[in-house]
Write a protein that binds this ligand. Sequence first.
Ligand SMILES: [Zn+2]
Length: 344
Amino acid sequence: MLSCTCCIVPQDVLNRFANDKKLAPELRKAAAESARLSAALRSLRVQAGALTAVSQGMGAHIAELAASPKVTVYDCKGTQTLPGTPVPSPKTSKDSTAQTSFAETTGVAAFYKKVFARNSIDNAGMTMMSSVHYGKHYNNAMWNGLQMVYGDGDGKLFLDFTKGHDVIGHELTHGVTQHSLQLGYSGDAGGLNESLSDCFGSMFKQWEAGQDAHTADWLIGADIMGPVAKSKGYSCLRNMANPADKSALAAQPTQYGQLTPGMDPHYSSGPPNLAFCTACVTLGGKSWEKIGQVWYAALTTSGANPTMSMPQFAARTRQVASQLFSGQAVVLAAVDKGWKLVGL
Ligand SMILES: [Zn+2]
């Protein structure tokens, strides 16, 4: 129920590469191995989700006023052992992957603090822990329920996963969701879970770059696409502004009515992604200033709702928009336009 299968690259994309006879054997092997590992790590995440639920039930939020979160980085050195060896001073490390992971995790913490007044993943100052250089040529990044894990990629299909700042924001947001709405990972809730990670991952990238909704590219994973993936015509994993984009590795449905039972959440996140992007672009300005605030409030003030449906979430954002921005009807109108476009 509370499992959080939160790899950035969907299983079927890796399987597709593993079975692509036009690819070099070593790339097919790296893709197949990444698919196998991602699946094996899933059981770990189920356990972490259950643990979170227990600790929240016991009122573990007494540390609400803890200081800014500590950011730690570990080096797996190509092994699959977590968390790996601590990197003593990641901020000044000569290993650019360790350094980027530290800088961007610190950036995500600052984003949540400055924009949403949230203290770390759990809003109680939880240490933000990352492991880099996980496995050999591992083509994925994930939140495993307790920490971040980054593969180096094979360098051809995917690059070092810490290069994607939206990827880092996406994965850490899975932690935020785990500690707020506690969405499951199937059905509507699963699609919402994935979509919230894309929304906040994209907003983080826009916030870092100081972009408004019109200049943002709304692509997820554009910076981790390797030369071979690009030569095949792929520019990103997902396109929030046009989920059905054929140049996205995982092109998605755009309409709520197109979702089918058992669909991978990386696909069912298409309609809510488009709704969010449309609301932001319709309103204009910086995505995190108004529409982002509405989505954040819907995520964090609705209690735990592991099986929340998309219509329920849409209704909640409409309600929050009219409350938070009661004197600005344009905000609710933009939110409404986004959901209506996807059939909600
Ligand atoms: Zn995810």
